[in-house]
Write a protein that binds this ligand. Structure first.
Ligand SMILES: Nc1nc2c(c(=O)[nH]1)N[C@@H](CN(C=O)c1ccc(C(=O)N[C@@H](CCC(=O)O)C(=O)O)cc1)CN2
Length: 280
């Protein structure tokens, strides 16, 4: 797989596809977007190296540098089926963790789970039952910097590519958000931009909405403001009390988060300033 982003200009698609064809590759998937507002160009290509190709993946990767520099590309080339290494952060709610573990076990998510990290012990049995390392990092205002440093040490030691906040209920510091820029996904239990912060289902009940939802987004220092990846909604009516909205919300949350993780793991998402470009 090859992902590319750059200032838009003629000849990028032709240059890239010609290079791959000349090196004995067959393109099986190609998506592109030319953002006329930002002047940015995005492309994702899936290709296979034909049996009679004279170049190996490593040689194709190395040979691409000259073309990429000439076209001013920001690019990455991957072994398409290499799983993305993820670390899952949880607090006390288990529904998003259980759904991710189930989809992973069923082979629906091309991920490798390096650890489950929590500020509570409630969900340790779930992780241990799956044979996944569980790391307990309780958070207080006093120990937050030290605990976040422990988290980053774990992220680096395990070569984690994506941190998933699966209803993790502590606010990450600005420094940690900067360190995890573009590689931390949170599930917010409302249809953003509505009902930010804590207790969105009670806010929804008080407002009398007819739809509730959940939003998976990249984590930024601005709470619930990160670039949106996936949203899911469900119809409700006057008969849904807050506890019923919470119960229904478990469906929208798991659906939005799992889809977002799948899109990230398949390298289908590009960050474009404070928004996303996604090739589904
Ligand atoms: N820097 C960020 N950190 C986190 C974000 C984010 O968008 N940016 N999202 C949250 C998840 N979340 C909403 O989706 C959320 C979680 C917790 C709170 C909150 O007020 N927490 C209290 C403590 C609550 C507790 O201990 O149970 C607090 O931290 O003071 C608001 C929103 C995850 N982190």
């Amino acid at each position: 797989m090859l992902t590319v982003r750059c200032e838009t200009r003629p000849g990028i698609v032709a240059g890239v596809t010609s290079y791959l064809a000349e090196h004995g590759c067959n393109i099986s998937e190609l998506s592109q977007f030319d953002d006329k507002i930002t002047g940015q160009f995005f492309m994702r290509t899936v290709f296979n190296i034909l049996p009679n190709a004279r170049a190996s993946f490593t040689q194709i990767q190395a040979g691409f540098v000259e073309l990429a520099d000439r076209l001013g590309l920001v690019w990455q080339m991957y072994e398409a089926d290499r799983p993305a290494r993820v670390l899952i952060m949880v607090s006390r709610f288990d529904h998003c963790l259980l759904d991710l573990l189930y989809r992973h076990r069923k082979g629906e998510l091309n991920i490798e789970i390096s650890a489950v990290v929590s500020n509570h012990l409630d969900l340790r049995p779930i992780a241990e039952r799956e044979g996944i390392r569980f790391v307990y990092l309780p958070i207080t205002q006093e120990n937050k910097p030290a605990q976040e440093a422990e988290l980053m040490k774990l992220v680096n030691e395990t070569d984690t590519e994506l941190v998933i906040l699966a209803r993790y209920m502590q606010i990450l510091s600005d420094q940690l958000c900067h360190q995890l820029h573009g590689r931390a996904i949170n599930i917010h239990h409302s249809f953003l931009p509505g009902f930010k912060g804590a207790k969105p289902y009670h806010q929804a009940f008080d407002r009398g909405v007819k739809l509730i939802g959940a939003t998976a987004h990249y984590v930024t220092a601005d709470l619930d403001e990160g670039p949106i990846i996936e949203q899911s909604v469900q119809p409700v009516d006057h008969a849904y009390y807050p506890e019923e909205l919470v119960a229904l919300g478990r469906d929208t949350e798991t659906m939005a988060l799992t889809r977002a993780v799948k899109l990230h793991a398949e390298r289908r998402i590009f960050l474009s300033s404070d928004k996303t470009v996604i090739f589904k």
